[in-house]
Design a protein around this ligand. Structure first.
Ligand SMILES: [Zn+2]
Length: 73
């Protein structure tokens, strides 16, 4: 389980440059972090959020309900 403290400080690496309130993430299905601004989706693998823009790019067109659990490695 990823700690709430960590989730509170994590931001989408693509959007965070737009300001401190940009790139806020929502935890989906316990294993995905979805950017509220750009809809990039970052998997949490082995309790470690993979905050890479290229990783988020892979899932930007995937609806939240279609995200695989667990995220593919
Ligand atoms: Zn974003």
């Amino acid at each position: 389980m990823v700690s709430q403290d960590l989730l509170d400080i994590l931001r989408c690496p693509h959007c965070v440059r737009n300001g401190p309130q940009a790139g806020l993430l929502t935890l989906v299905k316990g294993t995905w972090l979805v950017c509220q601004d750009c809809q990039r989706k970052y998997p949490i693998r082995d309790d470690i959020p993979v905050m890479l823009i290229e990783e988020g790019d892979k899932w930007v067109q995937t609806a939240e309900e279609n995200l695989p659990v667990p995220p593919p490695g």
